[in-house]
Design a protein around this ligand. Sequence first.
Ligand code: G
Ligand code: G
Ligand code: MN
Ligand code: NA
Length: 254
Amino acid sequence: LAIERDLKQAIENDELELYYQPIIDLNTQKVIAAEALVRWHHPELGLISPNDFIAVAEESGQIIPIGTWVLKTACRQNKQWQDSGIPPFKVAVNISTKQLQHYDFVETVIKILKETALEPQWLELEVTESILLEDIEFIKESLLKLKEVAISLSIDDFGTGYTSLSYLRQYPFDKVKIDRSFIEDINRDLNGKRITSAIISLAHSLNMSVVAEGIENQSQLEYLSEERCDEGQGYFFSRPMPVDSLHLDLLEKE
Ligand code: G
Ligand code: G
Ligand code: MN
Ligand code: NA
C-alpha cells in the first residue's frame, strides 16, 4: 500500500503538520483551548486528511510514532504560545485506541510534558467512546494516572458509540464533546434539540463539562448557550488553521 509505505518517511521528511481549531468558552467568548488536527503533505498526492491515513497508521503500528510526534509538537507549540504572552489556553490532542493500549503511553505523555516544559493543566487528551470497550482495566488505570498528574480528559464524538454516560462515569473524564451530528440536528427538528439538551444536563449532573462540536451558525450557538453548554467549537467560530494564522487571530482578539 503506497500510503502505508510513504507514511514511514512522513515524520523524518517533515511532511506532517498540525492545524489548530479554537475552542471557545461560551460564557466569556474567549479561546479556552485549541484542538490539534494532523495534516499530511504528501510529496505527490498533496494534502491528505487524517481520515485517509490514521486508520492505515493504526493498522500498521505507525500510529505510535505519529501519535508521539503529534503530542510533542502540540505541547511544544502551546508552550511557545504561552511564552509569547498570549493568555494561556489548553491544547487538545486526539488519541487513538492503539496509543492508549500501548504499555508505554502514560510514561510517554509525562516525558513529553517534561521535555517541552508545558504544565500538565494545559494539555487535554481526547479519546473516542469506542476506546473504552477494550482492555477496560488497563485503560482505566492509564486514564487515572494521567488524571492524577492533572491532565484533562475528554470523551470525543459523544453519542455516536454504544456507551452510556453513566457507564462512562467509571472513567475519570472531565468533559464530554457532543458529536457534531447532534449539533447539526438542532435546527432540523425537535429531537435534535432534545437529545442535545439531554446530553448537556446528564453530563452536568455527573460533574462533567460539555463542548459542542461543529457549531456552524448563530441559531445553534444561541440554543446551546440557553441550554448552558460550556464550550463550543466549529466553523462558525473558526476552521482548523495553521499555527501562524491562529497566532495572528489570537493577537487580534486581545
Ligand atoms: O480535520 P479533521 O478532518 O481534521 O479530522 C478528521 C478526523 O481525524 C477526526 O476524527 C479527528 O479526530 C482525527 N484526527 C485528527 N488529528 C488526529 C491525530 O493527531 N490523531 C488521531 N488519532 N486522530 C486525529
Ligand atoms: O472526531 P473529531 O471530533 O476529532 O473531528 C473533528 C473534525 O471535525 C475535523 O475533521 C474538523 O475539521 C471537523 N470540523 C470542525 N468544525 C467543524 C464544523 O463546524 N463543521 C464540520 N462539518 N466539520 C467540522
Ligand atoms: Mn477531536
Ligand atoms: Na468529535
